[in-house]
Design a protein around this ligand. Structure first.
Ligand code: GTP
Ligand code: MG
Length: 194
C-alpha cells in the first residue's frame, strides 16, 4: 500500500465525535506501551504521526487517522497500566464499550501483543471481548527484534495457545524497529479495506 496522505482527524472520547463519512476502519488494541502507535507509524512511514512514548499511557483518546482519504486507522488507548485510578479505568471501559459495540464501519481490530511475553489476562480478555462483538481480529506479535531468531516459533506458539486463538484468526510477527512483517500485514489488511 502506498500511503500518500496520513493525518489525524480527531481525538474522540465519545460517539458524537466519530467521523461520519463511513470509510472503513481498522482499530488498534493492546496493552499500554506495547507498540500500537509505533505500529501505525511504521505502516504509514511516518516517524511520529501517532504519538509514541516510552512511558505507558500516552494515547488517552480514540485517535482517528485519515489514510489516503480511503480509510481510518483508529489508535485506541491501551490497557493494563497499573497506575490508573478506578475512575480512569471506568472511563476507559465505557469508551471501549461504546466504540466496539456501536461502530459499524469497523472492519478489523489489530490486537497487538508483545512477542517476548506470555499474553496477559488483560490480553486474553481483550481478545474475548472482540470475539463477543464478532469483530474480526488480527493478532500482531510485535517487538520481534527483541528476541533471538531461534525463539520465534516457540514464542508465537505461546501467543496462540494463551489467547486460545480461533482457527480462523492469524498472528503475524512484526517489528516496528526493523519493519519485519510489514508487507505481510499490509496484504492482510487490504482484504478488509475493499
Ligand atoms: N524494539 C522495539 N521497540 C518498540 C517496538 N514497537 C514499539 N516499541 C517501543 O515501545 C515503546 C512504546 O511504544 P508506543 O507505540 O508508544 O506504544 P503504545 O502501545 O502506543 O502505548 P500507549 O499509547 O501508552 O498505550 C516506545 O518506546 C517504542 O519505541 C518494536 O517493534 N521494537
Ligand atoms: Mg499509543
Amino acid at each position: 500500500m502506498k500511503v500518500n496522505k496520513a493525518e489525524i482527524v480527531i481525538s474522540a472520547v465519545s460517539e458524537k465525535q466519530y467521523p461520519t463519512d463511513r470509510w472503513p476502519e481498522i482499530a488498534l488494541a493492546g496493552r499500554s506501551n506495547v507498540g500500537k502507535s509505533s505500529f501505525i507509524n511504521k505502516l504509514i512511514n511516518r516517524k511520529n504521526l501517532a504519538r509514541t512514548s516510552s512511558k505507558p499511557g500516552k494515547t488517552q483518546t480514540l485517535n482517528f487517522y485519515n489514510i489516503n482519504d480511503a480509510f481510518y486507522f483508529v489508535d485506541v488507548p491501551g490497557y493494563g497500566y497499573a497506575k490508573v485510578s478506578k475512575k480512569e479505568r471506568e472511563k476507559w471501559g465505557k469508551m471501549m464499550e461504546e466504540y466496539f459495540s456501536l461502530r459499524d464501519t469497523l472492519r478489523l481490530t489489530v490486537l497487538i501483543v508483545d512477542i517476548r511475553h506470555k499474553p496477559t489476562e488483560d490480553d486474553v480478555m481483550m481478545y474475548e471481548f472482540l470475539k463477543y462483538y464478532e469483530i474480526p481480529v488480527l493478532v500482531i506479535a510485535t517487538k520481534l527484534d527483541k528476541i533471538p531468531k531461534n525463539k520465534k516459533a516457540t514464542h508465537l506458539k505461546r501467543v496462540i495457545d494463551t489467547l486460545e486463538l480461533d482457527a480462523e484468526d492469524s498472528v503475524i510477527p512484526f517489528s516496528a524497529e526493523t519493519s519485519e512483517g510489514k508487507e505481510h500485514v499490509w496484504s492482510y489488511l487490504s482484504n478488509y479495506l475493499k
